[in-house]
Ligand binder design. Structure first.
Ligand code: ARG
Length: 262
């Protein structure tokens, strides 16, 4: 995770960002700290990387890389405002966790567009394209990480990253908002995950799919109450955290947590 010490909305690269409303960075920092404490209270170790003043979106740490089995596929950001974040994440993986980092040539925004299901079909990657990550990055991820990659096309600009429209609930189950995907990609998802928890537009707009799950606890923001009830009905325990200030940049719980898969 990366604290929102320099978080602002001074440019708009997704439909949620409104540069005319100033961000309350103190509030953002407070909300972020509660999420970090929630994760540690649930028994998860959290590493914190330093925020850089020139990189206001760095708080969305999930976009910096995607790791599977200790191999890290580094990000290459779509917009110039975020390009510098990739090197900060690479430094972290190489010096703090000591994992091999591999960089490809294609635009990809890390866990923003990649999800991993270790127990589905022996280890499967779901990957989004359409707004940020290029389809060519899906091929690179497959070659670098040695897991089958299923490409899914995102079609609604409000849900510009895969992690705004789909989430892994545990090692083999997912939840998603079908309308965020092309017809054909919806068919693929129905075929692979007939037992998925289906979210509706309200859930997606509340960033209810932008969740972090440890397989038991599902952490989601307080606005996503209905989504919390949906996952509860499927046997998971919803844990709500207030993260309203970070929604102003177009992200929520999942966007600010990069998961380290060793
Ligand atoms: N302002 C950031 C951007 O548009 C938000 C990124 C949200 N992260 C995510 N994983 N969806 O790039």
């Amino acid at each position: 995770m990366c604290p929102p010490e320099h978080f602002t909305v001074d440019y708009a690269i997704n439909p949620w960002m409104d540069t005319s409303v100033p961000v309350d960075s103190g509030l953002a920092l407070k909300q972020w700290a509660i999420l970090r404490d929630t994760l540690t209270d649930l028994g998860h170790a959290v590493h914190v990387i330093d925020a850089k003043p020139e990189l206001p979106d760095m708080v969305y740490a999930a976009n910096g890389a995607f790791s599977v089995d200790g191999t890290v596929y580094g990000a290459r950001f779509r917009y110039p405002q975020r390009v510098g974040e990739a090197a900060e994440h690479r430094k972290f993986y190489e010096s703090t966790v000591n994992w091999t980092t591999k960089q490809g040539d294609s635009v990809n925004e890390g866990e923003g567009d990649f999800a991993y299901l270790p127990a589905a079909y022996g280890g499967m990657i779901l990957a989004g394209h359409g707004f940020r990550t290029e389809p060519a990055a899906h091929l690179e991820a497959q070659e670098i990480l040695g897991r089958p990659v299923i490409s899914l096309q995102l079609v609604d600009p409000a849900f510009y990253h895969l992690d705004t429209a789909l989430a892994a609930l545990d090692d083999r189950h997912i939840t998603y908002y079908p309308e965020a995907f092309s017809e054909a990609s919806r068919r693929v998802l129905r075929q692979l995950f007939p037992d998925a928890v289906i979210a509706d537009r309200g859930d997606a707009e509340a960033f209810g799919l932008n969740l972090v799950s440890d397989g038991r606890h599902v952490i989601l923001n307080t606005e996503a109450r209905a989504m919390g009830e949906k996952v509860r009905a499927h046997g998971y325990q919803p844990v709500h955290v207030e993260l309203g200030e970070l929604k102003r940049g177009g992200g929520s719980v999942k966007c600010v947590v990069a998961e380290l898969r060793g």
